[in-house]
Design a protein around this ligand. Structure first.
Ligand SMILES: *Cc1c(COP(=O)(O)O)cnc(C)c1O
Length: 390
């Protein structure tokens, strides 16, 4: 089956749909059994999608898990109430007190906060590494290293990592590789083809796709399913069937939406590249983005999220730019149909492995599904306000 066909058919198991096109929203805390044998079988298969207890899942959430497994080529997928809960859930399922984790210096900032606070309190050491490290990651592996965490491209600064080089080094030492694959989506990067052990998504972003629900997923191979699922059960992680439904609905149009986001963003980025006030573009499809060659090698597409760096600037200028925008709103959580703009002031302060050396402010855009000419006109006005404050 080709990908478009999988997207249209996945997760539509008749035992869940009863013939409706979509799996209904099952509101259920209690799942009942007719026989003791049924009850025992449900317990035995509790990590494998058996209907056993509401917190473990119901037909709506299992339909979403099935779809994610099929799209990613995984054996099991577990759902979390947010992307960050998925990251936390994956790490805490496998890291023990005394362990060491290698973490990309460009990870999503709340993931970094987890390292500095909760993991530290649990006596789990974290070393941040240059996302462009590639095979040299081997030199940072210690005897107690347990997990290498990658995020590609990185949040905000957009470095694309050499995932196969990192997974090879990790597996040579029996380490687990966890990947925040939110930008790649289940369609544009296939982590299990590159040796990743856990693929994590903020489903909140493009999977839900309409800025109206929060959800996280972790997909993995059979060998790790039970431990991951057990941790979810102990932590009480579960998702609402309404949100699972929205994610399933989002999946049906994920590919067409991504195609349009990608096209629109490339047009905007090309326009930005030609501007005299822009230093460089941080979009994986541009040669100016660190790791561009790995994006070309490993990904099958891009989307609407990228950053660019100004040649010069100050806070008054970026404030004037952002506050006057007509179509771009200021907001963090991207992946919906709408355009967003943000600037990040503190990159230099939190990047410990690589620092951050840029001539001017970094601006991150999410390009939505609006008309590109309207968006470019909006940005053009924004640059006029920006330059007036320099
Ligand atoms: C938004 C985001 C998350 C967190 O997802 P939430 O659902 O908001 O908790 C994690 N990783 C990346 C890369 C993100 O962009």
């Amino acid at each position: 089956m080709k990908e478009d066909t999988i997207i249209a058919s996945t997760g539509r198991n008749k035992k869940y749909t009863h013939g409706a096109v979509n799996t209904p929203v099952y509101h259920a805390s209690t799942l009942t059994f007719d026989t003791v044998k049924q009850m025992k079988d449900a317990y035995i298969n509790r990590h494998k999608g058996a209907l056993s207890y509401g917190r473990r899942g119901n037909p709506t959430t299992y339909a979403l898990s099935d779809a994610m497994c099929e799209l990613e080529g995984a054996d099991g997928c577990f759902l979390y109430p947010s992307g960050l809960a998925a990251i936390t859930g994956a790490i805490l399922s496998f890291a023990n007190s005394g362990d060491h984790i290698l973490m990309a210096d460009g990870v999503y900032e709340p993931t970094r906060a987890l390292c500095h606070k909760t993991l530290k309190r649990m006596n789990i050491a974290v070393t941040f590494y240059d996302p462009m490290i590639g095979a040299d990651i081997a030199e940072l592996i210690q005897d107690n290293t347990k997990i290498i965490f990658v995020e590609s491209p990185c949040s905000v600064t957009m470095e694309v990592q050499d995932i196969p080089a990192i997974t090879q080094a990790a597996h040579a030492r029996n380490l687990l590789v966890m990947m925040d694959n939110t930008w790649g989506t289940p369609l544009h990067f296939k982590p299990f083809d590159f040796g990743v052990d856990f693929s994590i998504h903020a489903g909140t972003k493009y999977i839900v796709g309409h800025s109206d629900a929060m959800l996280g997923t972790v997909s993995t191979r059979a060998a790790h399913m039970e431990q991951l699922s057990d941790m979810s059960y102990q932590m009480g992680y579960c998702v609402s069937p309404d949100d699972a439904y929205l994610a399933l609905r989002g999946i049906r149009t994920l590919k067409v939406r991504l195609r349009q986001h990608e096209q629109n963003a490339l047009k905007v980025a090309k326009w930005l590249e030609g501007r005299p006030d822009v230093d460089h573009i941080r979009h994986p499809a541009f040669a100016s983005c660190p790791g561009h060659e790995y994006w070309k090698r490993d990904f099958t597409g891009a989307n609407g999220l990228f950053s660019f760096v100004m040649k010069t600037g100050n806070e008054a200028a970026t404030t004037a730019m952002m506050e006057g925008m007509k179509h771009f709103k200021m907001g963090y959580s991207w992946g919906g149909y709408e355009s967003l703009i943000l600037t990040y002031y503190g990159i230099k302060n939190y990047r410990t492995a690589t620092g951050w050396d840029a001539p001017g402010p970094l601006v991150r855009l999410h390009i939505g599904l609006e008309d590109v000419d309207d968006l470019i006109a909006d940005l053009e006005q924004g640059f006029m306000r920006f330059n007036a404050k320099l």
